[in-house]
Design a protein around this ligand. Structure first.
Ligand code: F6R
Length: 240
C-alpha cells in the first residue's frame, strides 16, 4: 500500500497527479471513476490540467463505478449527469469510450452482464478511483456485500438515498436501487486509488486500512489489493 497524506489544500492535486502518471504510462488507460463530494475537486483538477497542462485523455476509457436505477437521462441526481458536468463535458474522452452501468432499455441483469463484458473487452480497469462511506461502503457495496460479488443491483442504504433526496420532490420518487461494480470487479482492477478527506472519514479509514478484513467494512478488502494507493487529507488521516 502506498499512503499519501496531504494538507487539505493539496489533496485534489495529489489525486490528479496519480492519474496523470497513470495516463503518461498508459495513454489508453481504463479509468474507473466515482462521483461523490470527495472526487469533485479531483475532476476539477483534471479539467484544469487538460486545458492548461496538456493532459490528453483522447485514448482513455472511463468506467463509472455505480448508477441509480430508474432515473431518466439527464436527471440531476444521476452519477452520469454529475460525471458529465464535472469531467466529460470539459475533456476529450470520446463518447464511445464511456462505460456506464446504466441502460434504461435493458433489464438490470443485462446491464450488469454487459458492463462486466465491456470492462473485460477493454482489458480490465487499469486504475479505479474509489471514495468511501462512513460505514466503509465502496460504490454501492454496503456492509455485508460478499467479496465475490461482481456488478450487481444493490438496495440503496438509507444514507445513499438520503444523499440524493434534495433532488426529489417526494420521498417515493427517490430510487431504491443502484447498479454497482461489485467488490470483485473493483479488486480485479490493476490499481485502486482510495480517496478520503475530512474528519468524518478518520474512523472508517483507520478501520478499513488497519482493522480486520471483513464484509462488515467493505473497504477493508482493499488491504488485500496488491496495488493500492491511498490519498488522505490530514483530517481523514487523524487516527493513523
Ligand atoms: C459514488 C460512490 C460512493 C462514494 C461514497 C463517498 O459514485 O461510489 O461510494 O464514493 O459514498 O461519498 P463522498 O465522496 O460524497 O463522501
Amino acid at each position: 500500500m502506498k499512503l499519501i497524506i496531504t494538507e487539505p489544500r493539496d489533496f485534489d492535486a495529489a489525486a490528479a497527479r496519480e492519474i496523470v502518471e497513470q495516463i503518461a504510462q498508459k495513454p489508453d488507460t481504463v479509468l474507473g471513476t466515482a462521483t461523490g463530494n470527495t472526487t469533485i475537486g479531483l475532476h476539477r483538477e483534471l479539467v484544469r490540467l487538460h486545458h492548461g497542462g496538456g493532459l490528453d485523455l483522447a485514448k482513455v476509457t472511463l468506467c463509472q463505478i455505480d448508477e441509480y436505477v430508474g432515473l431518466p437521462p439527464g436527471h440531476a441526481a444521476s452519477c452520469c449527469t454529475r460525471i458529465n458536468e464535472q469531467l466529460l463535458s470539459h475533456v476529450n474522452i470520446a463518447p464511445e469510450n464511456v462505460v456506464f452501468p446504466h441502460d434504461a432499455a435493458r433489464s438490470p441483469e443485462d446491464v450488469c452482464r454487459r458492463f462486466e463484458q465491456s470492462i473485460r473487452t477493454r482489458g480490465g480497469i487499469d486504475c479505479q478511483v474509489v471514495g468511501i462511506g462512513e460505514n466503509g461502503h465502496i460504490g454501492f457495496n454496503e456492509p455485508g456485500t460478499p467479496f465475490e460479488a461482481t456488478t450487481h443491483m444493490a438496495l440503496l442504504s438509507a444514507r445513499a438515498a438520503g444523499a440524493i433526496a434534495r433532488w426529489f420532490a417526494a420521498q417515493a420518487e427517490i430510487p431504491r436501487e443502484g447498479i454497482t461494480m461489485g467488490i470483485k470487479t473493483i479488486m480485479l482492477s490493476k490499481k485502486v486509488l482510495l480517496l478520503a478527506k475530512g474528519a468524518d472519514k478518520a474512523d472508517i479509514i483507520h478501520r478499513s486500512l488497519f482493522g480486520p478484513v471483513s464484509t462488515d467494512v467493505p473497504a477493508s478488502v482493499l488491504q488485500l489489493h496488491p496495488q493500492m494507493v491511498v490519498i488522505l487529507d490530514q483530517p481523514a488521516a487523524a487516527r493513523i
